[in-house]
Design a protein around this ligand. Structure first.
Ligand code: TYR
Length: 315
């Protein structure tokens, strides 16, 4: 696939398209995503993991920042708890196929005098109001934000300069932080990064995804768990807000390339789809039963996650 197609597929936005095209033409191109360490690496994280794999294939050098200090600033636990999760997450990402990436633990690069000075310099230029709004979709309990949560976006901006990347990948929830970075990094002598935003996909019940709500599939789930969860998944006859179609679109097609719907002859027989759009069209036209769609998604997810499960559990 053409590098531009590969980089932009399944994204909601690229800022800016022109800059991305120019970047793709450069001999060396570097991109990163940061993740707060999380007890479960699930389908939500995997949307950006898949995007990083696309970028790797398009010739980008990929850095994965395991943002332990950010999780701390966002009140996700003690530093000790967070560090433990960080190590586990790294194995999950590798298991998912992100090998050969440069893994960086945030606190390893964020506690230098240069880094701190850059944070302080930017903090002088950014209003509390902007900092707070940038955290709307990222911060925990933003009805009662702490000072640490105002430091958070500024550090995220300095990460881009410190890691020396040309582009940042994130869910669309990172948009406001990225826009701040584009606006302000040039004032500390760093060029505005290209920003590549992926969609935020819904949980299996069609509602906001959250580990605590139990509406996610994670890399720790067994084959049985996946089957059980997929059976219960919300799968309306239409295309909008359909988590099963989202799984096929963002997780199955990019990895499997094609999807087969297996059915007994009396239910129409097997059908093979080479592109997500074709499958979506057939489903919207009522040619595929939700149960068959779920079964196909489940079988593929099991294939995708089984090696990760083994990799993560075998160490
Ligand atoms: N803000 C990201 C999240 O919501 C985590 C992150 C932290 C990303 C630091 C990049 C970064 O430099 O999970």
């Amino acid at each position: 696939m053409d590098p531009y197609e590969l980089v932009t597929r399944n994204t909601v936005e690229v800022v800016t398209d022109e800059e991305l095209r120019a970047l793709i033409d450069r001999p060396v191109r570097r991109v990163y995503t940061g993740y707060e360490p999380s007890g479960e690496i699930h389908l939500g994280h995997m949307v950006t993991v898949n995007k990083l794999m696309d970028l790797q294939q398009a010739g980008f050098e990929v850095t994965v920042l395991i943002a332990d200090l950010h999780a701390f600033l966002n009140r996700k636990g003690t530093m000790e708890e967070i560090r433990e999760t960080a190590e586990y997450n790294r194995r999950c990402f590798e298991g998912l196929g992100l090998r050969g990436a440069n893994y960086v633990l945030g606190s390893d690069v964020q506690l230098t005098p240069e880094y701190e000075l850059a944070v302080l310099e930017l903090s002088q230029a950014i209003t509390l109001n902007r900092a707070k709004r940038s955290m709307d979709e990222v911060g925990r309990q933003m009805d009662n934000p702490t000072v640490s949560q105002m430091v958070y976006p500024i550090m995220q901006m300095v990460d881009i300069a410190t890691l020396g990347v040309d582009a940042a990948v994130g869910g669309i929830d990172q948009r406001k932080i990225h826009m701040l970075a584009r606006e302000h990094l040039p004032s500390i002598g760093y060029p505005a990064p290209v920003c590549i935003h992926t969609p935020i996909i819904n949980g299996l019940d069609g509602k906001k995804m959250s580990s605590s709500a139990g509406n996610v599939i994670s890399v720790a789930d067994s084959e049985e768990d996946i089957k059980k969860k997929m059976k219960k998944a919300f799968c309306p006859p239409e295309v909008e807000n359909n988590p099963v179609l989202e799984i096929l679109r963002y997780h199955v097609f990019p990895r499997a390339g094609a999807v087969a719907i297996r059915r007994p002859e009396k239910f129409g027989g097997d059908r093979e789809f080479a592109a997500y759009e074709d499958l979506e069209r057939a489903y919207a036209a009522g040619e595929i039963h939700p149960l068959d769609l779920k079964n196909a998604a489940a079988a593929h997810l099991i294939d995708i996650l089984a090696p990760v499960h083994d990799y993560v559990c075998s160490r």
